[in-house]
Design a protein around this ligand. Structure first.
Ligand SMILES: [Zn+2]
Length: 408
C-alpha cells in the first residue's frame, strides 16, 4: 500500500471545540508516553491495555477513537525514543509540544466534493472544517482509486493521507539510465531503435549552493550568539527548517521532471545504489553535505515512481566513474570533466558513468521487448536534452504540499 500525505490549509480559524480537542489530545499523548515509559511498552495495544481505563475517566468527553489514536502517536514517539537510546544518543523523555491530533480513517469523514472535514469531538458534537482546495488538491480528491487514510489536524492545516495499492509497473519500451551527482542527474535514454537515443540532464546547481550558504549562516549565528545558547539554537533550528524546505522543494521538482519524461518514453529508470554509511565526523562535512541530497533525491524518485508505476532498477555503481564502456579498461583515478581512454573513447564524465550503469543493468538481465539497441559513439555527438533546470521552477506545484511516503 502506498500512502501520500497531502496538506490542506484551513479556510477559516479552527473552531474552539477543535482547539480544546487538540489540547486534550496532546495531554493524552503525553500521559500515554509517561505510562508507556513506566510500563516499558510501546505498542498501541499494550498502551491502551494499561492506560485506557484511567484515560476514560480523565477525559470522559473525548471520542473513544481519538483516545486510541493518541496511544498510537504516543507509541511511535516511544519507539523513536527507544531507538535513540539504543544508538546511545542522549535524549530527554519525549514530550509532544506541538498542538496536533491524528484521527484514523473511521474517526472522521471527508466530503471530497465540497472539501469539508467532519470531525467528531464527543458524542453529539461534531465540527466541520472547510479546506482550501486548489487544482493540485483536486487531483487527489477526485481520484476515486485513492482511499482515505488517517487525518492529522494542526492549528492551521490538516494533512490527509491518501492511499492506493501500488500499481503494477508498466512493461518498459526504453531505458533511462541516470548517474546521480552533486549538482545534476546525467544520463542516456536508450530504446529499441538507435534513433531513440539521447543524452539527458537534470540540473540542480543551486542545491549545493543553498546548503553551503545555510551552513555558513548557521556557523556565523552560533559564533555571534555564543553567549546565548538558547537563542543560537532556536535561530539555527529556524535556519535548518528553511534550508530543508527549499532543498526538498527543488528535489521534488527534479523528480517530477525526470518521472514525467520517463513516463512519456515508457522507460525503466536505472539508478545507482547509494550505499555507504554517512560519516559522522565534521571533517567529512563536505562529503556528508553532498551525499545527503542525493539520497533524498533517490528516495523521492523511487517513491514517486512506485506511485506512478514507473519501473526502477538499482545497480551497483562500482567502477562506473572509472570504466571505459567500449574497451572495459578501468582508469586509475577519476579525471576532469571529460572521460578519456587510451582506446580513443571520450565522453562527458557523468554521461559516461550512466553508460556504465546501463551496461551493468543489461549484464544483470535488464532488457525490453524488441531488444535495446544503441550506438555508444552517437552519445558523443548528441544534443543534450535538459529535463530540468532551475529556470523551470515557475511551473511547479504550489507551496505547502509535501509527501510522506511509506510502504505498508
Ligand atoms: Zn577504452
Amino acid at each position: 500500500m502506498l500512502v501520500k500525505g497531502v496538506v490542506f490549509r484551513l479556510d477559516s480559524d479552527l473552531p474552539s471545540e477543535a482547539k480544546f480537542l487538540l489540547e486534550d489530545f496532546r495531554l493524552a499523548v503525553n500521559n500515554a508516553i509517561r505510562a508507556g515509559l513506566q510500563a516499558r511498552v510501546t505498542s498501541r495495544n499494550a498502551l491502551s491495555k494499561i492506560a485506557y481505563k484511567s484515560f476514560r475517566q480523565e477525559h470522559p468527553d473525548v471520542y473513544a477513537k481519538h483516545l486510541v489514536s493518541a496511544f498510537e502517536v504516543a507509541g511511535s514517539a516511544l519507539k523513536n525514543h527507544n531507538r535513540r537510546m539504543r544508538k546511545g544518543v542522549s535524549c530527554k523523555v519525549p514530550f509532544v509540544k506541538r498542538l496536533m491530533m491524528k484521527a484514523e480513517n473511521q474517526a472522521y469523514e471527508l466530503d471530497r466534493e465540497a472539501g469539508i472535514v467532519d470531525l467528531p469531538i464527543r458524542a453529539g458534537c461534531h465540527v466541520n472544517l472547510k479546506l482550501v482546495v486548489s487544482q493540485y488538491h483536486r487531483k487527489y480528491l477526485d481520484d476515486r482509486k485513492l482511499s482515505l487514510g488517517s487525518l492529522t489536524l494542526l492549528q492551521d492545516r490538516v494533512i490527509v493521507a491518501f492511499r492506493k495499492e501500488a500499481p503494477r509497473p508498466y512493461a518498459p519500451e526504453s531505458v533511462l539510465s541516470l548517474d546521480t551527482n552533486e549538482r545534476s542527474l546525467d544520463g542516456v535514454l536508450v530504446g529499441t531503435d538507435s534513433s531513440e537515443e539521447a543524452t539527458v540532464k537534470a540540473l540542480f546547481p543551486d542545491v549545493a549552493i543553498i546548503q553551503l550558504r545555510h551552513h555558513d549562516r548557521r556557523r556565523r549565528l552560533q559564533k555571534k550568539k555564543s553567549h546565548d545558547r538558547r537563542t543560537a539554537r532556536s535561530l539555527c533550528r529556524r535556519e535548518g527548517a528553511r534550508e530543508h524546505h527549499r532543498i526538498d522543494h527543488r528535489m521534488h521538482q527534479v523528480a517530477n521532471a525526470v518521472l514525467s519524461f520517463a513516463e512519456k518514453q515508457k522507460s525503466a529508470l536505472i539508478l545507482e545504489e547509494l550505499k555507504g554509511i554517512l560519516p559522522k565526523r565534521s571533517k567529512d562535512l563536505n562529503r556528508r553535505l553532498s551525499m545527503w541530497p542525493r539520497r533524498k533525491l533517490h528516495q523521492i524518485i523511487e517513491y514517486k515512481a512506485a506511485w506512478k508505476g514507473v519501473p526502477v532498477v538499482k545497480v551497483n555503481p562500482r567502477y562506473s566513474s572509472r570504466k571505459c564502456p567500449i574497451c572495459g579498461r578501468i582508469q586509475d583515478s577519476r579525471m576532469g570533466a571529460e572521460f578519456r581512454c587510451e582506446c580513443g573513447w571520450r565522453l562527458d564524465r557523468h554521461i559516461n558513468a550512466s553508460l556504465n550503469l546501463l551496461q551493468t543493468a543489461i549484464s544483470k538481465g535488464l532488457d525490453v521487448a524488441g531488444g535495446l539497441r544503441f550506438d555508444p559513439g552517437a552519445f558523443q555527438h548528441d544534443v543534450m536534452m535538459i529535463l530540468y533546470e532551475p529556470a523551470m521552477a515557475a511551473r511547479s506545484e504550489p507551496n505547502g504540499t509535501s509527501c510522506i511516503g511509506e510502504r505498508a
